[in-house]
Design a protein around this ligand. Structure first.
Ligand code: GRF
Length: 227
């Protein structure tokens, strides 16, 4: 914890950083009891300038400049440990992390994925949803496990798929939900209400049997509905 009791976050990015910005905004507004102590990009991402603009500590750790994943992850661990981060937040971080790395941060490593997991793990989720003709799509926040996009699900938000949707329009609708549920999920952890215990998520002392669900027209990040 920071001296003022806020949960210390490190945010890992590879892209535009819009989720990072949404989390930073929730921290700045004290909607959640957390602060971003470090942003780390694994490439020359446009999100680096966004982080700088928000006054965040940002570090470029270019994965391509390391001889292999082990060396990159070793530097990443050093940077995370130096930051004193308590929760590591993957926000569009386009890199598969090794099993030892995932185990090191077990219960302290979150990801957001643009689908209603366990549906559509992996890439190009919006395209695949459109090709399948699904009527519903969404985003999921989960703890990271050794299985790709397979860790314990914390919360989800659904959006309708519209008849004239393109990948871009559908992606934008899903991203708007990501920007709401990711801060909400982090806020629950920061408030001490939610944690991962032995592969099971606990909320307010009870087992969370199914992920929290936020409907697309809800506005409160404080009071998510339960399934
Ligand atoms: C998000 O859509 C997230 O679900 C996916 O990558 C995208 C990152 O966007 N994992 P941004 O960099 O946060 O704008």
């Amino acid at each position: 914890m920071s001296a003022d009791g806020r949960l210390r976050l490190a945010v890992l990015i590879s892209g535009q950083g819009s989720n990072m910005a949404a989390i930073a905004q929730a921290c700045a507004r004290h909607t959640i009891n957390a602060e971003i102590v470090q942003v780390i990009a694994d490439r020359a991402a446009t999100g680096i300038a966004v982080a700088q603009g928000l006054g965040l500590n940002v570090q470029l750790l270019a994965a391509a400049s390391f001889p292999d994943r082990d060396h990159f992850e070793s530097a990443l661990v050093d940077a995370l440990d130096a930051s004193g981060a308590e929760l590591v937040v993957l926000a569009g971080f386009m890199r598969i992390l090794s099993v030892p790395f995932v185990h090191r941060y077990a219960g302290r490593l979150l990801n957001i994925h643009p689908s209603l997991l366990p549906k559509y793990k992996g890439l190009h989720t919006h395209r695949r949803v459109l090709q399948a003709g699904d009527s519903e799509h969404g985003a999921s926040v989960h703890f990271v496990s050794a299985q790709l996009d397979g860790g314990a699900l914390l919360c989800q938000s659904t959006v309708p798929v519209l008849a004239n949707d393109t990948e871009q329009s559908l992606s934008a609708r899903v991203q708007a939900q990501e920007h709401r549920i990711y801060p909400m999920a982090i806020g629950l952890i920061a408030a001490g209400r939610l944690k991962l215990a032995g592969g099971t998520i606990e909320l307010d002392g009870g087992v969370l049997a199914r992920p929290l669900v936020m409907q697309h027209d809800e506005t409160s990040a404080q009071n998510p509905s339960r399934v």
